[in-house]
Ligand binder design. Structure first.
Ligand code: KIV
Ligand code: ZN
Length: 385
């Protein structure tokens, strides 16, 4: 069983979500919780981006122990200097240098030739390595980079001293098969790549960030870059909880695990949602309010007989107390009776049958029936009689 390292970029790429702006205190609170969650690397920010970001990276580097703290830097000396200064007090610092490598970015954004890009990568990685050995290089827009050139980029970055080579699908363009193909080609063609960490960083523009990350793992990725609740630039990044729980639920398939403390997942998701103001959709996998809720009668009956019928994970594994049976118009008599018993009512079959009819009438008027509604139904039935 391989162990996949989890690189959390909630505080850097996640904070790039339009509408999110975390204070220093909030970032530190999230970083501490990420420590409890057991991530291997925290990307604490982009030190050169603003004085506030610099301070946040420095504070997290000082305070959070037992993991790697990392800062992003463009492939320019001034950014790398700032990243190093911010990370000075970290127990295990990493500088994360990036430069775009796709022809689209080279022509329209960087206005550089491929040769110039290779030179800049070589110079930037060598410069960062003077400060520390733990240097990561990201080929921005690797997803749309010609594979021959991407192999050259990886070769140059590794020769210059990068210990991690990251393959971002920056604009969420690739299919899982294509992403896995790129990872396999890199592993087959780049000398020395087996000696360093190979990392995925997938965006969710077509809703495939998690699938691409998992396909990357199948193809030999050893580090995944992810965010809590999948927040991030535009449609977001691969979500930590989905990738981690896919591995935890299907070890038979992936033959891989992480160091994540699974029962901290829900708590971390709640904290990030509260501090960012980004509400988690109810149907979100793993951490959505409905992820462990059953409404239809057939499902409720199954779950009451044996949870395995409709639950592939236990809620307590991720720190949720228990699954819920939500009473609504699709619910059946079995769940209704169970709810009455749970609420302390001891009623005959006849009384339950009568109440069940009234409950169904109420369901046509109301989407979700609460415990208070049920108590009122029972009270009313006694008054009527
Ligand atoms: O999406 C991306 O390419 C990035 C890099 C800076 C790693 O976030
Ligand atoms: Zn990104």
């Amino acid at each position: 069983m391989r162990t996949i390292e989890v690189f959390d970029t909630t505080l850097r790429d996640g904070e790039q979500s339009p509408g999110i702006n975390l204070s220093r205190e909030e970032k530190l609170e999230i970083a501490r919780q990420l420590g409890r969650l057991g991530v291997d690397v925290i990307e604490a920010g982009f030190a050169a981006a603003s004085p506030g970001d610099f301070e946040s990276v420095a504070e997290i580097a000082r305070e959070v122990r037992g993991l790697t703290v990392c800062s992003l830097a463009r492939s320019v000396q001034s950014d790398i200097d700032r990243a190093y200064e911010a990370l000075r007090d970290a127990e295990d610092p990493r500088i994360h240098v990036f430069l775009a490598t796709s022809d689209i970015h080279l022509q329209h954004k960087l206005r550089l030739t491929r040769e110039q890009v290779l030179e800049q990568i070589d110079a930037a990685v060598r410069y960062a390595v003077k400060y520390m050995s733990n240097v990561e290089f990201s080929a921005e827009d690797a997803g749309r980079t010609d594979i021959d050139f991407l192999c050259q980029v990886a070769e140059v970055a590794i020769r210059a001293g990068a210990k991690v080579f990251n393959v971002p699908d920056t604009v969420g363009y690739l299919t899982p098969q294509e992403y896995a193909g790129k990872i396999r080609a890199l592993r087959e063609r780049v000398p020395g790549i087996a000696k360093i960490k190979l990392s995925s960083h997938c965006h969710d523009d077509l809703g495939m960030a998690v699938s691409n990350t998992l396909a990357g793992i199948e193809a030999g990725i050893t580090q995944v870059e992810v965010t809590i609740n999948g927040i991030g630039e535009r449609a977001g990044n691969a979500s930590l909880e989905e990738v981690v729980m896919a591995l935890a639920t299907r070890p038979d398939f992936y033959q891989a695990k992480t160091n994540i403390v699974l029962n901290q997942i829900y708590r971390t998701s709640r904290l990030v949602s509260k501090l960012t103001g980004f509400v988690v959709p109810p149907n979100k996998a793993i951490v959505g309010a409905n992820a462990f809720a059953h409404e239809s009668g057939i499902h409720q009956d199954g779950v009451l007989k044996e949870k395995l019928t409709y639950e592939i994970m236990k809620p307590e594994t991720i720190g949720v107390a228990e699954s819920k049976l939500v009473l609504g118009k699709h619910s059946g008599r079995h769940a209704f009776r169970e709810k009455l018993t749970e609420m302390g009512y001891q009623l005959s079959d006849e009384e339950v049958n009568e109440l069940f009819k009234r409950f169904k009438d109420l369901c046509d008027k109301k989407k979700t029936v609460t415990d208070d509604d049920i108590a009122a139904l029972v009270d009313d039935s006694h008054t009527v009689e």
